[in-house]
Design a protein around this ligand. Sequence first.
Ligand code: NAD
Ligand code: ZN
Length: 350
Amino acid sequence: MSLNLPASGPAVVAHGKGDLRIEDIPMAAPQSGESIVGIAYGGICGSDLHYWLHGAAGESILKEPMVLGHEIVGVVLQQAADGTGPAAGTPVAVHPATPAPGSVRYPADRPNLSPGCTYLGSAARYPHTDGAFSRYANLPARMLRPLPANLDLRTAALVEPASVAWHAVSRAGEVRGKTALVIGSGPIGALCVAVLKRAGAAKIVAVDMHDKPLEIARAVGADEVLKGDDADAIAAVDADVVIESSGSHYGLASAIKGATRGGKVVMVGLLPSGPQPVFISLAITRELELLGSFRFNDEIDDVIAALADGSLFVDPVVTHEFDLAHGLEAFEVAKNSAGSGKVLLNFRDS
Ligand SMILES: NC(=O)c1ccc[n+]([C@@H]2O[C@H](COP(=O)([O-])OP(=O)(O)OC[C@H]3O[C@@H](n4cnc5c(N)ncnc54)[C@H](O)[C@@H]3O)[C@@H](O)[C@H]2O)c1
Ligand SMILES: [Zn+2]
């Protein structure tokens, strides 16, 4: 290694259910297409919490210790040896996906749907794909997106979840001048509000069970907020576009009730696998369009540009920041969605 990098660095490693450790991991020599990135910030996501609390995220079950983290930004410390990717010193966001084209058919322009696609910090495959909640990470150079000079790393820490939100909103098509309803105002829902605002939605109503997420939704552009799941109040919104971002079947029922006749419901909240009891008959008689939304593709470039030019405003979504020495506390705070939005780990201060 040409740089004076230590042989190991601290990382957040999930060892199994309830067993999260901050420990030193050895630095492997990077492969020829890999850059060494000094991680600055990492956002804690629901899937990170699931690996910690349940030893699994949906069907992805931890079989061996795994470094968590896919919402990461940092600075390139060493360019990839094959000369690809940004030069040393470049601040970067990270696209965590590695599509895996194979024999199973999927739309060529939607690599997010490629079966076998891997994602940083995911136990979907074995061996697992380590994430990058670590002071240093070897990352494929093709994952790195240089940040414009006017986009600071802390704001850029939201690039990954904002790309999920951007993709979800784009699934609904044109939203300019329309009434939008967002069910579930956690980080993903709040970022959907921000993206809808930027895209020119005429009226945005955000729903949640708690005050704090609704406060954040308002701060990023919701015109009205509704607390709870009062079916009549939600139906009265009569929305052209509904984003379901609670990840609960109760939320999906609210989404369907809140959609106008002929409206669109984008489902970005991840329901548990298996049958779900959902009030679905209205979707038939109202000719609703139900649209799935999964991760994102090149939307990450639009998000970076929109954050840099100030047209996408997301600052209130980050509510807490912890240095790595207090990493376990950060996970405790992130677990409580009634009291926190996005919780960031700062890998540089520790
Ligand atoms: N499709 C994708 O690619 C993708 C990517 C990232 C996250 N997600 C999913 O998006 C969802 C939201 O993520 P997040 O990080 O914001 O999670 P979160 O848990 O922080 O937020 C969910 C919010 O929904 C609220 N809620 C729960 N039930 C509700 C109901 N019946 N009505 C209204 N609000 C309700 C909760 O109070 C909470 O504030 C999760 O299911 C997550 O797994 C999906
Ligand atoms: Zn995430």
